[in-house]
Design a protein around this ligand. Structure first.
Ligand code: F6P
Length: 323
């Protein structure tokens, strides 16, 4: 093995740069040439490859986003378009590929590994934390900290004005960010795609919680079945006429920023392991973490099984959220 390529795909996540740095440095350590592919699968199809120099990854350990660029690349689902990608891989003499992204990115990586005969390893890079086979994805911890800090700020103004805030966080299909930011910020309620939302029950809960209190914060995952924070506020308004309601959508603020210690350590450790897995001839595996040990999961399981957020004692948690 002489040349390994790296690409970042899907929504960017803090720590992707840290992983690119670790992979590039590990490649140099093992006398491999690291090749950066620009803009995910789009760049793979267009042949936008750059040979990485050691200095290219200087001073990026702390930078959010991805220096390689990222894309959603729906065109990559098309077999004809993938033929270009395969030709580019062969022409460039790439012997192995590391894909940093979420489950959509691994779906692409799996198909690619089956169509081109080189090993492909995945690193979970997404703020959503919704991948099976890891307790944490790269970027999740940073995004959670960003959200919790934003909710702390909202709490200051909410309690000054006796208001109820519906705060929307990311998570189209997943409630990890919503549930865990709610726990960590002491929110009064949380709505996630994995559970049923009952607007009338929520209104009742807010009324009972609000007795003697100066504020309520309801965290809404953007993919909740009743809609985002604006929809929830509109639907609940008729039930809460005497309340002052406000909405905040945190949006892409959640995806940016310098990675936390946890994400930097995870990205560095798993980046090194990804290179070593390629050297061992492993393919179609995702690197994850469990009880502080790095583990691997086959792409078919990482993609096929959806991770769901867990709480040990729902009843107690419900009380904690509404105290
Ligand atoms: O990358 C995951 C994610 O942040 C989701 O939580 C969110 O639904 C989505 O990306 C937003 O994607 P985009 O930036 O393409 O609008």
């Amino acid at each position: 093995m002489k040349k390994i390529a790296i690409l970042t795909s899907g929504g960017d996540a803090p720590g992707m740069n840290t992983a690119i740095r670790a992979i590039t440095k590990a490649a140099f350590h093992y006398n491999l040439q690291a090749v950066g592919i620009k803009d995910g699968y789009d760049g793979l199809m267009a042949g936008r490859f750059v040979n990485m120099k050691y200095t290219d990854v200087d001073n990026i350990i702390q930078r959010g986003g991805t220096i390689l660029g990222s894309a959603r690349s729906p065109e990559f689902k098309n077999k004809e378009a993938r033929k270009e990608a395969i030709k580019n891989i062969k022409d460039a003499g790439i012997d192995g590929l590391i894909v940093i992204g979420g489950d959509g990115s691994f779906r692409g990586a799996k198909i690619l590994a089956e169509e081109v005969n080189i090993p492909v390893i995945g690193l979970p890079g997404t703020i959503d934390n919704d991948l099976y086979g890891t307790e944490a994805t790269i970027g999740y911890d940073t995004a959670l900290n960003t959200i919790v800090s934003a909710i702390d700020n909202i709490r200051d103004t909410a309690s000054s004005h006796k208001r109820v805030f519906f705060v929307e966080v990311m998570g189209r299909n997943s409630g990890f960010l919503a549930l865990n930011s709610a726990i960590a910020s002491g929110a009064e309620s949380v709505l996630i795609p994995e559970t049923i939302t009952n607007i009338e029950a929520l209104a009742k809960q807010i009324k009972s919680q609000n007795k003697g209190r100066r504020s309520s914060i309801i965290i809404v995952a953007e993919g909740d079945e009743e809609g985002g924070a604006m929809d929830i506020m509109r639907k609940i308004k008729p039930h809460l006429e005497d309340f002052r309601l406000r909405t905040t959508i945190l949006g892409h603020i959640q995806r940016g920023g310098s990675p936390s210690y946890f994400d930097r350590a995870l990205a560095t450790r798993s980046g090194i392991m990804a290179v070593e897995l390629l050297l061992d001839g492993k393919t179609q595996q995702m690197v994850g973490i469990k009880a502080d040990e790095l583990i691997t999961t086959d792409f078919k399981d990482a993609i096929g099984k959806h991770a769901i957020p867990k709480v040990e004692k729902e009843e107690l948690l419900g009380k904690l959220l509404t105290l």
